[in-house]
Design a protein around this ligand. Sequence first.
Ligand SMILES: CC(C)(COP(=O)(O)OP(=O)(O)OC[C@H]1O[C@@H](n2cnc3c(N)ncnc32)[C@H](O)[C@@H]1OP(=O)(O)O)[C@@H](O)C(=O)NCCC(=O)NCCS
Length: 215
Amino acid sequence: MSLLLGLLVAAIVLFVAFGPILRRGAPKIVLDGSAFRDKSGRLDFRNPHLVDLEALERLYADPELQASNHWDTATVDSMLNTLHNKRSFEAWARTALVGVRRKDDAVVGIATLGVENTRDRKGLSIGLQMLPEHRGEGLATELLAAMITSTRAMTDGPIWIGTSITNHAITHMMSSLGYVPEPSASPYRAPNGTLVESYWYRVGVDAPPPVFNNG
Ligand SMILES: CC(C)(COP(=O)(O)OP(=O)(O)OC[C@H]1O[C@@H](n2cnc3c(N)ncnc32)[C@H](O)[C@@H]1OP(=O)(O)O)[C@@H](O)C(=O)NCCC(=O)NCCS
């Protein structure tokens, strides 16, 4: 009896001590695109479905996307493995939003959540990727505004957006949404090992809301 009790206490102690470590790595919040409704915009927002697989595979195979995110082959393979395993796809899909063009239901891009756990940055981070044929139409700005608003609706913790300082599309977009980078960002180590000079923007409830302007 006392052995059983001892085992039970040990299990509780282990769970309390290591639970947070085991759980780290996957955001625990569930996004819902309906948190953002803007009928004057061109997009609707929802979690990715399995029917989006072809578009997502094409997106992650894009060499320009891989280069701008400094992804290596292992990162691309791991992304594709996530997409191809039904359980991991479903878990990942709860923390991502696709932008769907209202006029023809085309998936134009995706915004995803990751976990930031470095010395100077804790919390969630947002990634944004548009399908090549839908870039340069201002749709990324709509998707990003929706993602910021939807994530803020689910957490009052810190939310970040990081980008290489040479990614002019994102830096321009962030300033038109009313954000300025944090003054002291250390370089970011990309999945391919490169140290990237980066800007980090604070976009959680501790920052101003996005200024959404369809003009
Ligand atoms: C970066 C990315 C998301 C931008 O998407 P997009 O749909 O082309 O962006 P938008 O059309 O909404 O343009 C946003 C602004 O950036 C500007 N812009 C777009 N591409 C640009 C470029 N290559 N250089 C400079 N400015 C650019 C646009 O003119 C627009 O400014 P405006 O509103 O004043 O006209 C898209 O190119 C992409 O998915 N790239 C690959 C992945 C990536 O780099 N992700 C970012 C990692 S956080």
